[in-house]
Design a protein around this ligand. Structure first.
Ligand SMILES: [Zn+2]
Length: 188
């Protein structure tokens, strides 16, 4: 790590001071101490925060670390939007909501004059399945894993060598590598 001192603006507190690099930021000596404590002694930072500040140390969403994924109820509220695309196909876009938060999207269309119906549907399914997964991650804290992404892509495939099938083939190569990496990180 570089220790070269020069006067500039501390990236953390904004003071014009001598700064040096710490964890990819140019920071003053005060902030460097803070960074090193947050990094190496989070327990002390947390305790000091509770003593000195009358507010949670982290904003609400970050506190909600789910170890298990929340269950979705069988019946969800929803909104359905009717739209017409540039090729004049009629579409229904449905958003399922949990307490007003979007957790699933569906799209359907008649594909009136479409010759590649199957592959269009599978591409569409991939999009909506992945968006739904991301929405549940954002709004109800479902954990995102490669395994889940792969599962959704695989389920979107309708025939061999359609786009989701090909994507699944390529991406699933990373699956065991990912598992291995996780193991290594845990034992480190
Ligand atoms: Zn600073």
């Amino acid at each position: 790590m570089e220790q070269e001192q020069k006067t500039s603006t501390c990236e953390l507190c904004g003071a014009r001071k001598k700064t040096s690099q710490s964890h990819g930021m140019a920071v003053c000596s005060t902030c460097r101490t803070i960074i090193s404590n947050v990094k190496n002694h989070p327990d002390i930072v947390r305790r000091a925060w509770q003593e000195l500040r009358d507010e949670p140390i982290l904003p609400r969403p970050a506190q909600a670390v789910h170890t298990e994924d929340p269950d979705l109820p069988d019946v969800l509220d929803g909104k359905r939007y009717r739209t017409i695309d540039r090729d004049r196909n009629k579409w229904y876009l449905s958003i399922s909501e949990l307490d007003g938060r979007p957790v699933e999207v569906f799209a359907s269309t008649a594909f009136d004059r479409d010759h590649e119906l199957q592959s269009r549907i599978s591409n569409l399914t991939t999009i909506t399945r992945l968006i739904s997964l991301i929405l549940r991650h954002i709004f109800i804290g479902e954990r995102l894993t490669l395994e889940k992404v792969l599962k959704q892509i695989k389920r979107s495939s309708r025939q061999k060598n359609d786009l989701p099938d090909m994507l699944y083939g390529v991406l699933s190569r990373y699956d065991s590598a990912q598992a291995e990496q996780d193991l290594r990180r845990k034992s480190a």
